[in-house]
Design a protein around this ligand. Structure first.
Ligand SMILES: Nc1ncnc2c1ncn2[C@@H]1O[C@H](COP(=O)(O)OP(=O)(O)OP(=O)(O)O)[C@@H](O)[C@H]1O
Length: 732
C-alpha cells in the first residue's frame, strides 16, 4: 500500500464503462461551463480570508454546536446558499462575486466536529488457521486431492477443524466464526464427503439430497462454484442453483432433470415449491442455512417456514446446519425449529475455553449470553477507522479518499457501502462524469488531469441480473477499482484483495457493520475500513464499542490533504506557480473547486438535478428507517438538510424536503396506534432498503404489489422483475 510519490502517470481509461448520456454538453457549452466554473471559483474562494485562521485547522473558528443545528428548510436553509447570503462572503474578500452566482461556501457555518471519546475495548479475536492438514480427516482421497490441488489449500482453518468432524458424525450444528474464516468449505466438504460415500450411488433423477439456502443471488453463485469444484471427482452428483433473475421455465427444466445439491435463495425456492410440480424433498439429508441471521432479517421468516414445512412433510431424518459470523439471539428461534440436539461451534470459544467444544449447548437467552452473542469477532488483520465530517463536506471527503487511494497509491480495491440503490446510482454517475478524465458534462478544462486510473463499478438489487453477475465477476477478478454498492454485497461475498471498505452511510446494526467490513481482511489478509459519520452521529462510536468494536479516528483534514497533491484542483491564483508546499487555506480552496465541479455537473441539466434530488430523498427516507435503539443517534431532526443537500451537489435544498421529514412525525402524533404498526413497517423497510430495494417506503409498497402480482412467496421486486435468460450456472 505504498504511496507513490506525486501524481502518477495517466493510463487511458477504457471508456466502455462510461455510459453515454444524452445530456452531455457540446464542446462550446462545455467551454462556457468551464469559464463559469473558473469565474465562480475566483469569486468564491480565491481571495484570502480577511482573518487568517489557524493554519492547522480547516474549519473556521466559530460558534460551536455538537449537533448540526436543525433548521426548518423554508427560508433558512436557502439563505445558506442564496446570493444574498453569499454576499456575506464579501467580508471574506469575495469582492468579485457576480449577482446570481451561487457559491460553494463549504467551510462556513459547519457544526464543530466533536472530540471522539471512544472507549478502548478489547476486541474479540479468533485464530484463523490451524496446523492440521485436511489429510487428518477421514475424507475420500479424491476429495483431499481436490482440496489440495484445485483449491490449493493444505491446512484447515479453525472453524473447519471444529465443524467438519462434528458434521461427519451426523450431528446438527450452529456454527459461528468470523468473516472470511472458511465457513463455506466447513459445510461443503462434509456434504460432498457424505453424498459420495452413499452405498446406493446417487442418481441425478433422485432430486435434492442437500439443500443450501443463502440470502443473495451472488452468494448463491459463489457457493455453487465452490460445490461444483468439490464435486469434480464425483461427476454423478449434480449441483444446481435457483436464485431468481433466471427464467423460471429453465429452472423448472433443470429441476425436472434433477439437481442433487440444490443452492437457492429462499424466495425463489418458495416460488418453485408453490408452482413447480417436479420439486420434491424425499431424499433430503442436509439442510444448510448460510448467513442464517440474515435469512431471518430479510423478512424471509414466512419463506423459511414454507420451506421447512415442505421439507418436513417429505423427510424427517436429516442433518441441519446454521452458519454466520453473527449468530445473534434471534437465531435461537430458527435453531429451535430447525435443529435437533445441535452442537454449538463458536471459534472464539476455543481461545476462551479449551474444553471439548462438541459438548457445548446453545447458550440460553440470558442477558449474559446475549452480551456474549452480541460481541462479534473481527479479523485481527483488519484496521478500523472512523472519520467525522460535517454534512456539507461529505462528498468532497469521500472523493478525496477515493483519489488518495486510487490515484496516489497502488493496487487499491475499494468497496463503498450506501444505504439505497438511488444513492449508489447517483454517486456512480457523478464520479464517472467528474473524476474520470474528459468523461462527461464537465469542461475538459475544469479537471485537466482527472484520474484515468480510477475504475468505478456498482452493484445493487435494482440492476438487471445480467449486469449484477457481470459486475460481480469483473470486480472479483480485478486488482483495482471502486465498487459502489448496497448491502446486497455485504454478506458472504468473497471478493479477493479488497483493501478498503468505506461505509458512507452507517449500517443499521452492529451485525451489518461486521459483515460489511468483513469483505476485506479475509483469511488472514490485511485490510482496512473507514466509517464516515456526521458530527451528530459521533456517538455511534460508543454504540460500536458496546459490541467490542474498536475504531481509530482519521481526521477529515488528513483525508482532504490529498488535494494538496492533486493539482487538478488548484485555483487560478496558484495556477502558474510551480510545486510548493500547499497550506490548509489552499486545501480548502481546492476542496471548493472539487465541490464546484460536482455542483456544476449536478446543475448541468434538469435530468441531473432531478437525479440528485431523488437521491437526497432516498437518503432521507433510508435515514428514517434506523431501528429504535439507534434513533437517538440517527435522527433526521439532528441533520441540517440544507447542508445534506450540498453533499448531493445541490446548491439549494429542495423545498419539499422538510415536508418529507416531518410528514411522518405528524401522522404518528395523530394515530399512536398506527405509529406502533408503522414501526414494524419501518423495520421491514430497513430490512429491505439496502438489499433489494431503494430504502424508500414506496419501494416497500412496490415490493408488496409486485409480490402480489407474482404470487405469494415470490422473490422480492428485483428478483421477480429480472427474468433473464438462463445463466450458465447449472450443469445441464
Ligand atoms: N483451509 C483454507 N486454507 C486457505 N484458504 C481457505 C481455507 N478455507 C477457506 N479458504 C478461503 O478463505 C476465503 C473465505 O472463505 P469463506 O468465503 O468460506 O469465508 P466465510 O467464513 O464464509 O466468510 P463470511 O462470513 O464473510 O461469509 C475463501 O477465499 C476461501 O477459498
Amino acid at each position: 500500500m505504498a504511496a507513490a510519490d506525486g501524481v502518477l502517470p495517466h493510463v487511458p481509461e477504457s471508456r466502455a464503462a462510461v455510459p453515454t448520456t444524452s445530456s452531455r454538453p457540446r464542446p462550446a457549452e462545455s467551454r462556457r461551463q468551464a469559464a463559469a466554473t473558473r469565474r465562480k471559483y475566483q469569486a468564491s474562494s480565491e481571495a484570502p480570508p480577511a482573518k487568517r485562521r489557524s493554519e492547522t485547522s480547516f474549519l473556521p473558528a466559530k460558534k460551536s454546536a455538537a449537533k448540526e443545528t436543525p433548521r426548518t428548510l423554508k427560508g433558512k436553509a436557502q439563505k445558506t446558499f442564496s446570493p444574498k447570503r453569499s454576499s456575506a462572503g464579501a467580508r471574506d474578500g469575495n469582492q468579485e462575486r457576480k449577482p446570481g452566482i451561487k457559491t460553494s461556501s463549504l467551510f462556513k457555518n459547519n457544526p464543530e466536529i466533536p472530540e471522539l471519546h471512544r472507549p478502548v475495548v478489547k476486541q474479540v479475536q479468533e485464530k484463523v488457521f490451524t496446523s492440521d492438514a485436511f489429510q487428518a480427516l477421514d475424507l475420500h482421497p479424491h476429495l483431499i486431492s481436490t482440496i489440495n490441488t484445485v483449491f490449493k489449500m493444505s491446512s484447515m482453518t479453525s472453524v473447519q477443524k471444529q465443524s467438519i468432524p462434528v458434521l461427519l458424525e451426523g450431528r446438527d450444528a450452529l456454527v459461528r466464526s468470523q468473516t472470511g474464516s472458511g465457513k463455506t468449505l466447513a459445510y461443503c466438504i462434509p456434504v460432498v464427503q457424505s453424498l459420495q460415500a452413499m452405498k446406493s450411488k446417487i442418481q441425478r433423477g433422485d432430486g435434492p439430497y442437500a439443500l443450501i439456502l443463502v440470502p443473495t443471488r451472488e452468494l448463491a453463485l459463489q457457493s455453487f462454484d465452490t460445490v461444483q469444484k468439490l464435486l469434480k471427482p464425483f461427476t454423478w452428483i449434480v449441483p444446481g442453483v435457483l436464485m431468481g433473475g433466471e427464467k423460471r421455465k429453465s429452472e423448472k427444466a433443470r429441476l425436472r432433470k434433477g439437481i442433487n445439491i440444490l443452492i437457492a435463495t429462499p424466495g425463489r425456492l418458495v416460488d418453485h415449491i408453490k408452482s413447480t410440480k417436479n420439486i420434491h424433498f424425499r431424499q433430503i439429508q442436509w439442510l444448510i442455512l448460510d448467513e442464517a441471521d440474515r435469512i431471518l432479517d430479510l423478512g424471509f421468516e414466512k419463506d423459511i417456514t414454507v420451506i421447512l414445512n415442505a421439507v418436513n412433510a417429505e423427510c424427517r431424518e436429516r442433518q441441519n446446519v446454521l452458519l454466520s459470523a453473527t449468530l445473534t439471539e434471534g437465531v435461537t428461534w430458527l435453531a429451535d425449529i430447525s435443529l435437533h440436539d445441535p452442537v454449538s461451534i463458536s471459534v472464539l470459544d476455543e481461545s476462551h475455553d479449551q474444553s471439548n467444544p462438541k459438548s457445548k449447548a446453545i447458550p440460553e437467552a440470558s442477558p449474559q449470553a446475549g452480551d456474549e452473542l452480541d460481541s462479534f469477532a473481527i479479523p485481527a488483520s483488519l484496521e478500523q477507522y472512523v472519520t467525522v465530517v460535517p454534512s456539507k463536506l461529505r462528498l468532497v471527503s469521500l472523493a478525496g479518499f477515493i483519489l488518495q487511494k486510487c490515484k496516489f497509491e497502488r493496487d487499491q480495491k475499494l468497496i463503498i457501502f450506501f444505504s439505497s440503490c438511488e444513492l449508489v446510482d447517483f454517486h456512480y454517475n457523478l464520479f464517472l462524469q467528474t473524476l474520470l478524465s474528459g468523461s462527461g458534462a464537465l469542461a475538459p478544462g475544469a479537471l485537466p488531469c482527472a484520474s484515468t486510473r480510477l475504475k468505478f463499478l456498482r452493484l445493487h438489487g435494482d440492476l438487471e441480473q445480467e449486469e449484477r453477475t457481470a459486475v460481480f465477476q469483473e470486480f472479483s477478478h480485478s486488482k483495482t477499482g471502486v465498487l459502489l454498492c448496497t448491502d446486497v454485497a455485504a454478506r458472504g461475498l468473497d471478493l479477493p484483495q479488497v483493501t478498503w471498505i468505506v461505509q458512507y452511510n452507517a449500517p443499521s446494526s452492529p451485525a451489518e457493520y461486521i459483515h460489511r467490513i468483513g469483505r476485506t481482511a479475509r483469511i488472514g489478509c490485511h485490510g482496512s475500513s473507514l466509517l464516515i459519520l456526521a458530527p451528530s452521529e459521533a456517538e455511534y462510536v460508543n454504540s460500536l464499542a458496546s459490541h467490542k468494536i474498536n475504531v481509530s479516528e482519521i481526521k477529515m483534514e488528513d483525508i482532504l490533504s490529498v488535494l494538496a497533491r492533486d493539482d487538478c484542483f488548484k485555483g487560478r491564483r496558484w495556477g502558474s506557480q510551480k510545486r510548493r508546499s500547499v497550506g490548509p487555506q489552499e486545501i480548502r480552496e481546492r476542496a471548493t473547486v472539487l465541490q464546484t465541479v460536482f455542483e456544476d455537473y449536478v446543475h448541468s441539466s434538469e435530468r441531473t438535478v432531478s437525479g440528485a434530488k431523488k437521491a437526497l430523498q432516498s437518503f432521507i427516507r433510508a435515514y428514517a428507517t434506523y431501528p429504535r435503539e439507534l434513533k437517538h443517534i440517527f435522527h433526521i431532526r439532528s441533520l441540517h438538510l440544507g447542508h445534506v443537500a450540498k453533499s448531493f451537489g445541490l446548491r439549494d435544498a429542495p423545498k419539499n424536503l422538510s415536508a418529507l421529514a416531518t410528514k411522518k412525525k405528524k401522522a404518528n402524533l395523530k394515530r399512536p396506534d398506527l405509529h406502533r404498526k408503522t414501526q414494524s413497517k419501518q423495520r421491514l423497510a430497513e430490512i429491505l432498503r439496502s438489499e433489494y430495494s431503494s430504502g424508500m417506503e414506496t419501494s416497500v409498497t412496490k415490493v408488496r404489489e409486485q409480490n402480489k402480482r407474482a404470487g405469494p412467496g415470490s422473490q422480492p421486486r428485483s428478483a421477480v422483475r429480472n427474468q433473464r435468460p438462463a445463466l450458465a450456472v447449472g450443469t445441464n
